[in-house]
Write a new protein. Structure first.
Length: 1217
């Protein structure tokens, strides 16, 4: 018995309010305070005792049954010695009567049945006692949950917290206070299935007050007493601590809810007794909102969407489905009708063409969303008429991106998919129930559990959910289990039998769905995440026909290279017979090429403008103006020597439509950049628009160059050929049509066909070209099939070479020339110039098949007249300013304090007790110098040294320690390279100077785990690489207003390390991979680490912490941050002093609160900066739950170009709390 509390001895009462343990001994009689619970009486009056329950100050409680009578229902006996009540001058009978009055009609107060006096034998002592007979509550005291004797889940903690406020309200309605609401006076009742609470977070429990011995109209507080509200705050804080300890072993949801409850408890602690307390309804509503926002981030389908930036969620994978109808542009609704037709379908298209958005539009949440000016009845009518239920899963959410993790087998992947769709089904059920509370069948949840259990082997333990929220939670937990790399779960049958089982459970869940086809929507089945063989196996197994369900998949157009098999995996699958195909990319490209292209892009931008506050007084065409593409091409041909004109070429709405080649995401990103520095006059100047176009070109070329392959050469050679032909046509025919070469027809007719196909796929994967058509044709009856494809150049890569934007002319390559073009990209310009399409002769008036439709002369040069934008609109304030979600007005939350960091003086180190000094035996000059300085001030009990393969300066460092006579233990770097450091025991000083960041990270966490206070030492170098001269050259290029030369110079800086790079995960905690993923990383002049991480791993939002210092090194880091965030729709830079450990800890802590706690995102950190920044990341991950931390390791460190010399040493004290 280790329970803590205030207890009075049963034998010799005394007015002592000291907090004790039950196994402590009374100083007068020597008996333990818990002896009445240990020496359980056999009987009390007419009751036989079953077991003891708990102790309070005045008494103890027992479960008992009457010996005789018809009713054997258990009762709770509240037993208090009569002498104790006499000693304290208390009236037991009056207490019980007040208890009975308070319990009348109450849901959270145990009822009173009777009372009597009896002699009760506790072992060798018999006492005359007052006995109250209370209703039995099947459960455990809250104290057992708080002590860890009974497991506590996140949902239970949230529900108990809500019940405590409802309990307090019941007392207040009766004009009384409990006055002694400690954890042993509260029972957490376990409810049978027939009594579960439909409106509760956790339907199977209820908190009940069982002992009202101190109930009174007056509030008892002060002098060591706590009021009811502060008792509640203490219990919520204790439950939060139970969920959060230890952070590394706690579940993801437990960590999130624990932090929320901790904030609520902190808020309650600030309320004074004389302050007006919030109502129970407000507090409970606040707790439920916080719980659902955190545990069910998929749920808020009634919220009004507001875009924080124009480009927010331009990647539809980050967009909640219920907002899709407001942003989707579907001409005449034809595309939705096409993809929602019965039967399996593979939707293809280039990256960014809107495949995910269109697939999202089929999802039940999108179809059931109540749109502006609609009611629930309208949404219900729509989903009844649809005839389908769409469930969405993204392939990238189910496949680990961790390069060190074992890739799942196809069987494992199918198990993950099935459970993921079951989770999606539970969320659809919750949405349907929100529209119509009677829509679901009574056994809907049980039916889904049975379908999933019958589809997997071994049969999983799922649970018995009481409602859709609990069903989602149970299935979410199962999804985490089946997603583990060591998961044993597989499908119990073939995919074409297992998935229909889940579909049937969905159809039976509601009469509304009884005749609907279930559409399994699988997004992004591409070679970015899966190898070609895995995609082939996946698609071939999922394109089965079933009258009740079908798969709808999206992939990039290069999937045409895969040889899909029919579901039997014997014959090749045939489009039109085994499955339907829909090339959305081609549809979008066709829209952009004809006269409706301008209107289509305008509709896309207008849809976003309606949801973006910064766009309410102007329209996109007013912002951009317009000019036809022929005029842009002629301007290029006529301005070869006038550089000023070259700085205003690309502008206008049609230029935006022309450059994107079907990639709507590019349109949105470029448009946001144009808005970024919006002037007061519209349209935005051609110079500013052209500058944005060229910056995007430079970034894309730089991204190709970073890959270290010849992709950039392919792009630039094509652009040079296209530009040369444009200039020649303008010179030769000043009044004729300008030639604009933007595509290639390739025919694979000879040589190594597989190698050519792989190379073409590489070019498409990299985004240099997109497929805009392709077939296998036979030219004669006797010949082999000829693979013929049309590739359209991604024109954003050609803007630096001033190419035309109209899709009019093409090159044609086949045979030996095609092979040479693929193998020797440096010859690309020469080869392309001699392979012009004969279908598009350079003769005025003759148009090829790709000719842009003739334009109305009245549409040419449609630059709008400048007009003054509305003065009240501040574009700078509007861009990026979003309305933050806030807590319920009554729910005051205060997040736990972040770790504190205090800089120490060297002379004060001698006063610090240090058990272990951790150092790295590094190769830099500063590592032995740093150790020498520490040994002059510190007297540790031992030195723990990390040993590297590179001997470096290890001998000199060992000699320094040997002079002190200190014990030295060494650990090999390989043992700590993954972030797992040995337990340090006691207090540590960690010298991060010579530690690799992964080892640094592990030792800081280990030190804070062993002792909540550690010391950090860091010694700077005198000179760092890249050198100042190299950095200055980059900045000079930037100032020259040539972004391409800026990024080229940045790529050429020697960084003191050599790739390729590898991302290494340093944490092992499991995370809910269906959540959005956020990254906080660091920018530095060693930019490749950051660029590698964001290029390898998909993120929905990133923050790059840049150095706020005014140095060349910091400026280059900021440039690298800009490049890293190029393809991230919600990227944001945050300036923080990279040398200020305290400021870095605070910045990461604030972002953790915004994203992990408030936003419900998975929060990851990238160690892509300096060692001070890595230390801050380690401190935060030791104090707060973090989903993952990544160390980006180069292949080789260049010792000669890393650091030189020794600088200043700094020392810090870090305290967790």
């Amino acid at each position: 018995m280790s329970e803590l509390g205030k207890f009075c001895c049963f034998v010799c009462p005394a007015p002592d309010q000291t907090v004790r343990r039950l196994d402590d001994h009374c100083p007068t009689c020597g008996r333990q305070y818990g002896f009445p619970l240990r020496d359980v009486p056999a009987s009390i009056g007419e009751f036989e005792v079953v077991r003891s329950l708990s102790r309070g100050f005045y008494g103890a409680t027992f479960v008992a049954r009457r010996r005789s009578g018809l009713s054997r229902t258990p009762k709770v006996l509240k037993v208090s010695p009569a002498d104790m009540y006499s000693f304290f001058k208390k009236d037991f009978g009056a207490e019980m009567r007040r208890h009975a009055e308070a319990a009348e009609g109450a849901a959270h107060i145990v009822g009173v049945d009777d009372m009597f006096d009896a002699d009760v034998a506790f072992g060798d002592v018999t006492l005359r006692c007052h006995v109250g007979v209370l209703d039995f509550v099947d459960g455990d005291p809250l104290a057992r949950y708080l002590s860890g004797a009974v497991p506590l889940s996140a949902a239970e903690a949230a529900q108990i917290s809500s019940d405590l406020f409802r309990m307090k309200e019941e007392f207040e309605r009766r004009l009384v206070n409990h006055n002694d609401l400690h954890a042993s006076n509260i029972i957490v009742e376990r409810l049978p299935p027939s009594h579960r609470r439909a409106d509760a977070i956790e339907p199977s429990i209820r908190a009940m007050a069982i002992d009202l011995g101190s109930i009174a109209p007056d509030r008892r507080s002060g002098s060591g007493y706590l009021g009811d509200l502060h008792w509640i705050g203490r219990h919520i804080h204790a439950m939060a601590s139970r969920l959060l300890v230890p952070i590394d072993s706690a579940g993801d949801l437990e960590n999130r809810i624990g932090l929320k409850l901790h904030g609520i408890a902190q808020g309650l602690a600030s309320i004074t007794e004389n302050q007006r307390t919030p109502s129970a309804d407000d507090m409970i509503r606040g707790i439920q909102e916080e719980y659902h926002r955190t545990a069910e981030p998929w749920r808020p389908w009634r919220n009004q969407r507001v875009l924080k930036t124009f480009a927010e969620s331009y990647n539809a994978q980050t967009l909640d489905a219920w907002y899709v109808p407001q942003l989707l542009v579907d001409p005449e609704g034809a595309w939705l009708a096409r993809v929602s037709a019965p039967g399996p379908l593979v939707m293809t298209g280039m990256r960014g063409c809107g495949k995910t958005m269109l697939l999202h539009s089929l999802q039940f949440h999108a179809r059931a969303a109540v749109q502006p000016h609609e009611s629930d009845v309208d949404a219900l009518r729509r989903i009844r008429e649809d005839g389908y239920v769409g469930l969405f899963v993204s392939a990238q959410r189910l496949i680990p991106v961790d390069p060190t993790a074992e890739r799942p087998s196809t069987d494992q992947l199918f198990a993950r998919l099935l459970v993921a769709y079951a989770v999606a089904a539970s969320r659809a059920m919750a949405h349907l129930a929100d529209l119509d509370g009677k829509a679901l069948a009574f056994d809907a949840c049980a039916g889904m559990v049975q379908a999933v259990a019958n589809s997997l082997k071994p049969i999983p333990e799922i649970g018995d959910p009481a409602n859709t929220e609990q069903l989602e939670r149970f299935l979410g937990n199962l999804l985490a289990r089946v997603s583990r790399s060591d998961s044993e779960y597989r499908l119990a049958t073939n995919a074409n039998a297992a998935f229909p089982l889940v579909a049937d459970a969905i159809r039976r869940a509601s009469p509304i769905w009884a005749d609907s086809q279930v559409l399994f929507l699988l997004d992004d089945v591409s070679t970015r995440y899966l190898d070609a063989q895995r995609i082939e196996d996946l698609l071939s197994s999922l394109i089965f026909h079933n009258p009740h369900c079908a798969f709808k998949l999206t992939s990039e157009a290069q999937t045409i290279f895969l040889s899909l098999k029919s579901p039997g995996k014997v014959h090749a699958a045939a489009a039109g017979r085994d499955f339907e195909t829909f090339d959305l990319g081609a549809q979008v490209q066709a829209r952009l090429k004809d006269r409706s292209g301008r209107a289509f892009v305008l509709d896309v931008l207008k849809a976003r403008a309606r949801l973006y506050a910064g766009h309410r007084s102007s329209t996109p065409d007013q912002v951009l103006g317009d000019i036809d593409l022929e005029s842009i091409a002629r301007s290029i041909a006529e301005t070869q020597t006038r550089s000023r004109e070259r700085k205003r070429l690309y502008h206008g709405l049609r230029a935006l439509a022309g450059v994107c080649v079907g990639n709507i995401g590019t349109v949105i990103q470029i448009y946001q950049e144009i808005l970024a520095n919006h002037p007061k006059l519209l349209p935005v100047s051609p110079e500013r628009q052209n500058e944005v176009f060229q910056e995007f070109c430079a970034r894309h070329l730089y991204s190709l160059d970073r890959r270290g392959s010849d992709l950039k050469a392919v792009a630039t050679q094509f652009a040079e050929a296209s530009h040369q032909l444009l200039m020649e046509s303008g010179k030769e025919r000043p009044t004729g049509r300008i030639r604009q070469y933007t595509s290639i027809y390739v025919r694979v007719t000879s040589g190594d066909v597989r190698a050519q196909m792989n190379r073409l796929r590489e070019l498409v994967d990299a985004g240099v070209f997109v497929f805009t058509g392709g077939t296998a044709r036979t030219k004669t009856h006797d010949s082999d099939p000829i693979q013929q494809f049309k590739l359209t150049f991604m024109k954003i890569f050609g803007l630096a070479n001033f190419i035309g934007l109209a899709d009019r002319d093409r090159f044609e390559l086949s045979g030996a020339d095609l092979e040479k073009w693929l193998d020797e990209p440096e010859l690309g310009r020469e080869l392309l110039l001699r392979n012009l399409s004969k279908a598009v002769p350079l003769v005025d008036g003759e148009a090829g098949s790709d000719e842009e439709a003739d334009e109305d002369p009245s549409d040419r040069m449609l630059e709008a007249k400048p007009y003054a934008a509305a003065r009240q609109m501040d574009w700078l304030d509007g861009l990026g300013a979003g309305k933050q979600e806030s807590e319920s007005p009554a729910l005051t939350m205060s997040m736990p304090p972040l770790p504190s960091v205090t800089e120490q003086k060297a002379r004060d180190l001698g006063e610090e007790q240090v058990d272990t000094l951790v150092v790295g035996l590094g190769f830099e000059e500063r590592t032995p110098a740093s150790l020498n300085r520490l040994l002059k001030h510190l007297k540790p009990k031992r030195v723990l040294a990390v040993r590297y393969e590179n001997i470096g300066r290890s001998d000199a460092m060992r000699a320094l320690v040997a002079k002190t006579g200190l014990r030295v233990d060494e650990v090999d770097y390989a043992a700590v390279a993954s972030g797992d450091a040995p337990e340090l025991g006691g207090r540590a000083m960690i010298d991060v100077t010579g530690l690799a960041k992964s080892a640094l990270f592990g030792f800081v966490r280990s030190g804070l785990s062993a002792c909540e206070s550690i010391l950090i030492a860091y010694t700077a170098a005198k000179q760092y690489y890249p050198l100042e001269t190299e950095l200055r050259s980059v900045l000079d290029a930037y100032r020259s207003d040539d972004p391409h030369s800026l990024l080229t110079a940045l790529r050429g800086i020697l960084t003191g390390e050599v790739g390729p790079y590898r991302s290494i995960p340093l944490l092992t905690a499991e995370s809910d991979q269906t959540r959005l993923r956020a990254l906080s990383a660091f920018a530095s002049s060693k930019h490749e680490r950051l660029l590698h991480l964001v290029g390898e791993r998909e993120y929905d939002i990133i923050e790059v912490l840049t150095d706020s210092a005014r140095t060349s090194r910091a400026n280059v880091g900021r440039i690298a941050a800009r490049v890293a965030m190029e393809d991230i729709p919600n990227g944001q830079p945050t300036p923080v002093d990279a040398a200020d450990l305290s400021a870095l800890v605070q910045a990461l802590g604030r972002r953790h609160q915004d994203w992990y706690v408030r936003g419900g995102l998975n929060f990851e950190i990238g160690l892509t900066g300096n060692k001070m920044q890595a230390t801050a990341a380690a401190v935060i991950s030791a104090a707060l739950p973090v989903n993952q931390v990544w160390y980006v390791r180069p292949a080789i460190f260049d010792e000669t170009r890393f650091t030189h010399g020794v600088g200043r040493s700094r020392f810090f004290r870090v305290d967790l709390h």
